[in-house]
Design a protein around this ligand. Sequence first.
Ligand code: NAG
Ligand code: CU
Length: 189
Amino acid sequence: MFASKAFALFAAVIASVSAAPAGTPTTGNDLVSRTGWTGVTHSVVVGRGGLHFDPENVVAEIGDTIEWHFTAANHSVAQSDFAHPCKPLADGTSFFAGFLFPTKEGQNPNVYQITVIDNNPIWYYCPQTKGNHCQMGMVGVVNQNFDSQNTLSNQKVIAAGTGVSTVGTIQGGKNGGFTRANPNPNSGF
Ligand SMILES: *[C@@H]1O[C@H](CO)[C@@H](O)[C@H](O)[C@H]1NC(C)=O
Ligand SMILES: [Cu+2]
């Protein structure tokens, strides 16, 4: 029952992703004009060192860009919240990069970017279900609240006990995420 529901979600995701071809900015540019663009980009390398985001903890200002570079395997990036890792946000506003970055070696020619629109922590995960990447600790955060118990190590404990990962159906979400050709090939390396 659960598995077929997850499959239906994946089918919906694939349909929505193909409607927004790789390299086509969608809502990202609108967000930049609304938040004010700082010109600062934080690169995160996906899959370096195994099931890991590197760095997995980023501190960013409003208007900064977070840019994920995908190395070998078939990873993605999706937004969750601290209490519910490996799942999209309940209100449907998560970003999800899609499974558009399968890579045999080196890094994928495309990156995925979001814009930081407020000071709230942004928790995210790799939703790859083959190998349970999120449950294995493939989670990351932007602007963690360092004064709270919501730490990355606690997030990994909750993720380890979470059932099969699911994803939302939109690529951009409230952070205006979009896929584009890699503008900074060596950034993060
Ligand atoms: C990547 O992973 C997704 C989700 O598991 C899967 O649907 C897709 O077929 C995979 N792509 C490749 C090229 O292996
Ligand atoms: Cu992964």
